[in-house]
Design a protein around this ligand. Structure first.
Ligand SMILES: [Zn+2]
Ligand SMILES: [Zn+2]
Length: 134
């Protein structure tokens, strides 16, 4: 099963094959600020599972603590659609789960950086709380 993820204006798209290897919710303050949300949701795919890339991405790499990470975002609407973080996830590329806009998309398997979690944000169904990256 192939799935399409795209930015808010539809100019930047990726198509991936199958389910992600894993997925996560990160509550850290960097993810909160860079997404403007209270957590970032990433689906982790192998690079070889990407079927196509469409549209021109801008890239930012001011990832705290991860000098080789690169977020690919739409220069028109600003949505981050996919990114790499080769130190943390070698050979993998992450896709913003929200960009699938698919209510049936598998939820995050793990929650990290929960010390930053908002007091009113509960556990996500089925997502273990990481002890290693709390
Ligand atoms: Zn866009
Ligand atoms: Zn984070």
């Amino acid at each position: 099963m192939n799935r399409k993820a795209e930015c808010g204006c539809g100019r930047l798209k990726v198509v991936v094959a199958g389910d992600p290897q894993m997925s996560y919710a990160c509550h850290c303050d960097f993810c909160q600020k860079s997404t403007g949300s209270i957590a970032a949701f990433g689906a982790v795919y192998r690079e070889e599972d990407f079927i196509s890339f469409e549209g021109e991405a801008s890239v930012f790499s001011e990832f705290r603590n991860w000098p080789d990470a690169k977020k690919h975002f739409c220069p028109v609407c600003g949505t981050t659609v996919h990114w790499v973080n080769p130190e943390a996830f070698p050979g993998m590329r992450m896709v913003s789960i929200g960009c699938f806009a698919d209510p049936e998309f598998p939820g995050p398997a793990v929650q990290v950086q929960t010390k930053y979690r908002h007091s009113w944000c509960g556990d996500f169904t089925g997502a273990a709380v990481s002890k290693e990256f709390s």
